[in-house]
Write a protein that binds this ligand. Structure first.
Ligand code: S3P
Length: 173
């Protein structure tokens, strides 16, 4: 089975994914890290030097490739992955794939992203909390229609990573 973790930036897809994979004894793959390795550039560099359209194209190519694996995997994807190139349909229609939306409130995301924006080219330029709230509010509104299609939703607000992993396992098995 491939367990795909989706959700907005900073919803914990990578850290929760690593813990979940360890617990299930599955291999963990992070799509952003995979892109960085294949492109030999950081996500910020890809956005800057090749542009977002190129990033989205590569993201979709690598996602399609990884979803074809027959092995057990936990795959965390980028916040934008389900929202472009028909990727959410591919996730939903792939065999042996379970999608999980790590759902965070706007407040949680703003609080986390004010601290973690530097490596995220879409929000790195935002300075104040007010601007961040306005940006994420709109962006999330556009994206939830994709995230909400996931087969399982797990709320992450005020939960430890271990509790989130437990919640996911309860929903899955
Ligand atoms: C993006 C999220 C990032 C990364 C890129 C674009 C997005 O991944 O793919 O910066 O569009 O939300 P994380 O969700 O892991 O931060």
């Amino acid at each position: 089975m491939i367990i795909v973790l989706i959700g907005y930036m900073a919803s914990g897809k990578t850290s929760v994914g690593k813990k979940l994979a360890k617990k299930l004894n599955y291999k963990f793959i992070d799509l952003d890290d995979y892109i960085v390795e294949k492109e030999n550039m950081s996500v910020t560099e890809v956005f800057k030097e090749k542009g977002e359209i190129y990033f989205r194209k590569q993201e979709s190519i690598y996602l399609n490739k990884l979803l074809k694996s027959k092995k057990n995997r936990v795959l965390s994807v980028g916040g934008g992955t389900p929202c472009y190139s028909g990727n959410m349909d591919v996730i939903l229609n792939s065999k042996n794939v379970k999608s999980i939306y790590l759902k965070a409130s706007l407040n949680t995301l703003v609080e986390k992203l004010m601290r973690k924006k530097a490596t995220r080219p879409l929000i790195a330029h935002i300075e104040t909390e007010t601007e961040m709230t306005e940006f994420i509010g709109k962006h999330l509104f556009e994206r939830v229609q994709f995230y909400n299609q996931a087969e399982i939703q797990v709320s992450i607000d005020n939960k430890s990573k271990d509790d989130i992993v437990e919640d996911i396992i309860l929903e899955l098995f």
